[in-house]
Design a binder for this molecule. Structure first.
Ligand code: ASP
Ligand code: MG
Length: 414
């Protein structure tokens, strides 16, 4: 018998039929003797609907009252799911975040979980009940309702799994796992059986939107094995999907686990900057002060006493960055500012890279064979990213996917 935390997202509980379907799945699982804590999101679209109601009255809405409002979405689904379970003959009890006492800080709208009181949940489990907990919400030390930010139910589930020392945290959603890349771009994308926390963080932050990044960080920190599965598939063995965990010794590692991409970036270059100490700071200082986040940074080797300085920013900050840089260029006596928002970043991700040489050159060769010009390159221990023209996104991702043999389920590494 194992203690499992299962989380069902908004589409999985989007209607009465879906809720009853979920209840049946849980009942089958329960019949195998597992103890189950279920975390649910609001019905799909509900959090957005409630936000719109609030902004129709007050813009921006009072943050304390907005949290009171938004938390009702999950209060609806916990009660309905508990009823649906009871109808299946499964004893079940629902709890809001405040009832469990999921203690958070007081940052309304993006609160962080500080502590979880295990007592009520443990008592209900001991009474053989399935415990249904509202995701996305908690309570601060003064008893105010808080919410954790969009997608926050994933974090609730992981935090509960960590606190209860659950065997596994299963995230049921509308996709059946984490893929080697986005199947809408590459139809041959393959579901991964396993991926490490580090890889998942790279994939998530680079644009795969399967899981809330905070939840993955949390799971990694507390070593909670996370599994992403589809709630729409009939099988209920809880063994399929993608398992996100730490690397196990002796595990055969694929060189590349996946290809992530990011269409939300833009690139700016300051040309002909005088090459002396402090220049990088003089350029990026004002950018940071304007609250603009910088991703990749490249500075060329200086020639004739000047150098070029290129970096990428989020596309929504593109105009603001240009304004800041025009001023910086003037102050520094730089030649000119170049800007381009028709770019994408494509990244190879894989812990296996650590022990395999030549991945970068293979990547560049594949892109060259397609006539794709690389604008920028950056690497970390488990990732190689290139910036290329936007029009090459599909071609680049597909060429790399097949070039690295990602459609095959077993890659023999040598
Ligand atoms: N209902 C919240 C949202 O839509 C939290 C969640 O679903 O995880 O963001
Ligand atoms: Mg979600």
């Amino acid at each position: 018998m194992a203690l499992i935390v299962q989380k069902y997202g908004g589409t999985s509980v989007g209607s009465v039929e879906r809720i009853e379907h979920v209840a049946k799945k849980i009942a089958t699982f329960r019949a195998r003797g597992h103890q189950i804590v279920v975390v649910v999101s609001a019905m799909s679209g509900e959090t957005t609907r409630l936000t719109e109601l609030a902004t129709a009255i007050q813009t921006p809405p009072d943050c304390r009252e907005l949290d009171v409002l938004l938390s009702t979405g999950e209060q609806v689904t916990i009660a309905l799911l508990a009823m649906a379970l009871q109808k299946q003959g499964v004893a079940a009890r629902s709890f809001t975040g405040a009832q469990v006492r999921i203690l958070t800080d007081a940052t309304h709208g993006k609160a962080r979980i500080v502590d979880i009181d295990k007592q009520r949940v443990s008592e209900a489990l001991a009474a053989n009940e399935v415990v249904v907990v509202a995701g996305f919400q908690g309570v601060d030390e003064h008893g105010n309702i808080t919410t954790l930010g969009r997608g926050g139910s994933d974090t609730t589930a992981v935090a509960l799994a960590a606190a209860l020392k659950a065997e596994e945290c299963q995230i049921y959603t509308d996709v059946d796992g984490v893929y080697t890349t986005d199947p809408r771009i590459e139809p041959n994308a393959r579901r991964l059986d396993r991926i490490t926390f580090e890889e998942m963080l790279e994939m998530a932050s680079l644009g795969s939107k399967v899981l809330q990044i905070r939840a993955v960080e949390f799971a990694g920190k507390y070593n909670v094995p996370l599994r992403v599965l589809s709630s729409f598939e009939e099988n209920v063995d809880g063994q399929t999907g993608t398992l996100i965990s730490y690397e196990e010794d002796g595990m055969e590692q694929a060189r590349i686990s996946g290809i992530a991409f990011n269409k939300d970036e833009a690139k700016v270059t300051v040309l002909g900057v005088p090459d002396h100490p402090g220049v990088a700071h003089q350029i990026l200082g004002p950018v940071g002060e304007a609250n603009i986040e910088v991703d990749m940074i490249i500075q060329n080797v200086g020639a004739d006493g000047t150098t070029d300085f290129t970096f990428t920013v989020h596309r929504t900050d593109f105009q603001r960055t240009q304004v800041v840089l025009e001023q910086v260029a003037k102050d520094l006596g730089a030649r000119e500012v170049n800007a381009d928002d028709k770019i994408v970043k494509i990244s190879l991700v894989g812990v296996g890279m650590r022990s395999h040489a030549g991945i970068a050159s293979q990547m560049f060769e594949i892109l060259a064979n397609e006539g794709i010009n690389i604008r920028m390159i950056s690497t970390s221990e488990i990732k190689i990213s290139v910036v290329v023209d936007e029009k090459y996104l599909e071609l680049g991702v597909r060429a790399l996917h097949s070039g690295f043999g990602l459609e095959q389920s077993i890659e023999v590494s040598q």
